[in-house]
Design a protein around this ligand. Sequence first.
Ligand code: ADP
Ligand code: MG
Length: 243
Amino acid sequence: MSSAAPPDRLSVRNVVRRFGGVVALAGVDLTVNAGEVLGLIGPNGSGKTTLVNCISGVMPITSGNIALEGHDITRWSRVRRAKAGVARTFQNLQLFRDLTVSENIEVGVNAADRADRKHEVVRELMARLGLEPLARVVVSQLPNGHQRRVEIARALAGRPKVLLVDEPAAGLNDAETADLRVLLSDVRAEFGCSVLLIDHDMSLVLKVADRVQVLDEGRVIFVGLPDEAFQQKNVVEAYLGIA
Ligand code: ADP
Ligand code: MG
């Protein structure tokens, strides 16, 4: 490798995570390149959310190594990782349901130490994510698709280098999922942010992702182009639950 080659945006090396006797991640490698959407798929319980938790610093890993643009963040707190550019959304929406759209986005701006330009940043995010008409609406009154959009806007407030999105299409209808697909493509293009996208909805992941990686029982069983994943016998078998 040439010394001039830039480091990977996100690099996960040989990560193991155990819960007592359960090996949720059994030595996972994963690379997210600059400006790419990497789809992470796999059957229920294969370790996808655990990997997101380990990358975002919600929980420590048992062993291995995680680096952001070449900096080893393995032992950093979640707050330090967030400030360095690792942002995430949650499988179950985690918004302040009694606050308005703009107030929820403000929370993200404050957390990112951008409070000095708060109103400007909130306005810009709302404009870019098509949320301006909803600025004063209380989040609990919005349909799921819009709530998901608010959560993504909040995550983008810190100008992340990598956005980890765990099952964003959960609870969305087909039209909302189609909007989400456009939104995630825009995020990559407009915010220069790499995306690690987890979802069960293959119409979403396989269309948005540049590459996909498949997990099964905490191991990587495929890395490659979206079109090729389900041409692999082992990927199909993992989904069908064939040992
Ligand atoms: P996925 O997101 O792919 O459905 P998870 O990462 O949630 O999978 O789970 C992977 C494995 O780790 C499962 O066997 C699950 O039961 C286990 N696991 C996940 N989180 C915990 C936890 N906090 N405590 C104990 N076991 C857990
Ligand atoms: Mg999960």
